[in-house]
Structures are given as C-alpha cells and as structure tokens.
Ligand binder design. Structure first.
Ligand code: HSE
Length: 309
C-alpha cells in the first residue's frame, strides 16, 4: 500500500468544564487528506486546498506531526501530503488537530500500522504545539480515537476514551471570524482560586459520570467553566445571547468550542439539537453576522479511511 485518502474530523475541545482535558469527535465536518509514499526520505506538503497555510513541512502542523513520527520510525522512504481543508483555521473546532492527527494516522496505515491509535497522540500533539505554542491533546485525541476523550495526564500521556450516550448531539455555530488559539490562550490567568478549582473538578467528575451512566441532566449540570469562559467569552460576539438561546431551546448545556470563536451546545436528541441550531442562528441573523452552523452526532470512530491502494 502506498496511497491513502482519509476523512479527518473536526472536534470540540474543553466541553466547558474540561479545559485541555475533555474533547469529542464530530461526525460530518472534517478535512480530506491524501498521503503517498515517496522514494525520498522526507515529508513534503505538495498541495493545500481551501486554506492559505504554510507549505514548508517544518512550518506546517501536518508536516511537523509527520516528522515527529518519522524521527522515531526509521524508514528509507518518505511521504507526500495533500490537504483539502474544510475546517476553517482559527474556528475553534480543531482545524490544526485534524491536519496533525490525519497525517500521523495516514502514515501509520502506510507503514503497516506499527502504532496503536492512542500511541499516535504524542506525535499529533507536536502539530498542536506548532500551531498554538502548547502541545494540548484535547482535539487530537478525539480525532484519533473517536467518541469522547479525557486526558487523565499529560506526563505521561494517559488518555481515556469514553463512548457517547446514544442520544447525545452537538450543535456548533461559527461566527465567521478567526481567533488564534495562541491568542486566546495568552489571555488566560495562570492560576485559579481553590474555590474555582473545587467547582471545576467537581464538574469534570460529574460530566464523565454522566457519560458513563447516560445521565443527560448530569452532563448538562456539569457544563460550567470557571477557567476559560469568564475570560474568553468576551471575545465572542453575542456569546451570552447564544448561551441563553441554546438553554431556552432545550440544550443540556453550552459553552465555547475549544478556544473559540465557535460556540457549541450539547442536546439530548437530534431534533432538539436542530432547534438549538435555529435558535442560535437567529441570534446572529438578528445581529447581522455571517455564520456557519453544524449539527452532528458524536463520531465513534474518529478518522476514517476513504480509499487506500
Ligand atoms: N484546550 C485548548 C484551548 C483547545 O482551549 O486552548 C484549543 O482548541
């Protein structure tokens, strides 16, 4: 096999209470990537469609993740990567993660799968480091493993994959502005009060317990954020209105998707997720803001192979 085409999905990180530790994988939003083996021992980005991103492998998140993997895995050949970006950079639904995770997933397949999916996380994190200055794993882990993921520890990387309750659906609205993760990380406070830490870890535990027991109300009650939302919320147009629109139309909870500016809501049932979408959409229509909106189930598989030969 020396060619593979994959679908690399968008992801929602943090999920309100789990800054840098929780994430989920979306079903129908994502990039397409093709990777080919080449005779030369190098990594080349030979085409990017749909975005203006660096072509130099050492400056490209997919290239950096691929190179991190190849440093550990001796080969006498290399890889050429083509990316069709459908996830907008700086939208808050894991655009850089889809490229980084997609590259290492595809190369692993072409190498005959020497690594398990979870072992690829550390390579993909190098792409995130290039993109945002921090090697966070809460987007690459759900892209690679599917479902929902909890980063129990970063040192060493220890990731727990959790199945989504069957009726869990996500709504994500993207005001068409770009917010760089590096910028929205730089404004965060570096310390939190004990009082807020108690609230935060109580909610992470509650959220995970809710996932395991299919307790949708518990999931919703746990979706509060004392760390990022109070600081980042003000960067997002109509943030409070979006949250109240979601809440009053039956969402379990809502918050900032990753580092924003996308805002997400979780709902029980697809119908409710669509009602939440139209309510959130109306907020931006009334403000005269262009936006994109997605309703999606939780993707249990993560990155998907479209073709290989
Ligand atoms: N956990 C990261 C952050 C996700 O909030 O900065 C970035 O997509």
């Amino acid at each position: 096999m020396d060619f593979i085409k994959i679908f690399s999905p968008a992801t929602i990180a943090n999920l309100s209470c789990g800054f840098d530790v929780l994430g989920l994988c979306l079903e129908n939003v994502g990039d397409e990537m093709t990777i080919r083996k080449i005779g030369e021992k190098t990594v080349r980005i030979n085409k990017i469609e749909g975005a203006d991103l660096p072509m130099e492998a050492t400056h490209n998140v997919a290239g950096v993740a691929a190179l991190a993997m190849l440093r550990e895995w001796e080969t006498d050949f290399g890889f050429e990567i083509e990316i069709k970006k459908r996830i907008k950079a700086g939208s808050g639904i894991g655009s850089s993660a889809a490229s980084a995770a997609g590259a290492v997933f595809g190369i692993n397949e072409l190498l005959g799968r020497p690594y398990e999916a979870r072992e690829l996380i550390k390579f993909a994190m190098q792409g995130e480091k290039l993109a945002s200055g921090s090697a966070h794993a809460d987007n690459v882990a759900p892209a690679l493993l599917g479902g929902l993921t909890l980063i129990r520890s970063y040192d060493p990387v220890d990731v727990i994959r959790i199945d989504a309750p069957p009726e869990l659906f996500a709504t994500v609205i993207h005001p068409e502005i770009e917010l760089k993760t590096a910028d929205s990380r730089s404004i965060l406070k570096q310390s939190i009060t004990l009082q807020n830490a108690i609230i935060q870890w109580g909610n992470v535990g509650g959220f995970v317990a809710g996932l395991y027991t299919n307790d949708y109300d518990l999931i919703g009650r746990s979706m509060t954020d004392k760390i990022a939302e109070p600081v980042r919320g003000m960067l997002i147009p109509g943030f409070d209105q979006l949250k109240s629109a979601a809440q009053s139309h039956g969402a379990l909870g809502s918050g900032i998707s990753g580092s924003g500016p996308s805002v997400f809501a979780l709902s029980k049932g697809e119908q409710t997720a669509h009602e939440v979408a139209s309510a959130m959409g109306k907020v931006y229509e009334n403000m005269g803001l262009p936006f994109e909106i997605h309703v999606s189930g939780i993707n249990p598989d993560g990155i998907r192979i479209i073709e290989k030969k």
